[in-house]
Ligand binder design. Sequence first.
Ligand SMILES: [Zn+2]
Length: 261
Amino acid sequence: MLDDVRIHAGPIKQIVHAIIRSRRLVVFTGAGFYLQNGTVLTFRDSTGQWNCLGNKDYSSAEAFAANPAKVWRWYNEQKKNIEQMQPTPSHFSLVELENLMDHFWLITQTMDGLHHKAGSRNVVELHGNIWQTRCTRCDYAMNTENQTLDDDPRCPKCDSLLRPGVIWCGEPLPEEQFTLALEALNRCDLMINIGVNTEVQPASSLIWQAKSAGAVLAEISSKPSAVTAICDIQMRRFPGTVVPLIIEALKDTIQTASPKI
Ligand SMILES: [Zn+2]
């Protein structure tokens, strides 16, 4: 059936029809999710390029070990910036999509908490969340949303140094979040990848996992990625512009198909 749709419809219609046929949907978002015109809003390094999970001078265990105060000052600055950010129309569109589906998972590489702020509920944050803070020694963790920490924050349980709760380059993903993601990918029948950075593992592996489990794959990205070749539906558009259009088209299609009262 997908082949029939592909012949007769543009990418927006293809994705809309795939969503309508889906019973278990995974949406996977990354930094490119924000792209409206080529501008990335957060975590740019000095050259304006994305690098691994943030800025390589600050987002690594090595940088933290060398100068934790410098890393904390940078993260506190990022938190101040992100605190001012509001969810985009694309974030709210995914909330609408979740409300339309019986089974929906939102897996994300983003760490700014904006999916939660928009109202998304079933969110798997693969790389953690900038508002989380945890101990470098014990299992203490806390939510520090809207709190400013100094550049030498200490654990209230063991007095060791606290660190940002995000995942840094080369670190394993949080086991619980990774397990939740795998369960979703093994169950879903459609996976829509939106602005995912496939250079950061295990993004590509997760997408391959969904493919192996039989899901239809769709990709919305301003440029081809490492998994473009295995995607059934490909859309070369800035996600920040096109995602709201897709959800509007989806709602129109559902409304048109519904029997009139
Ligand atoms: Zn501790």
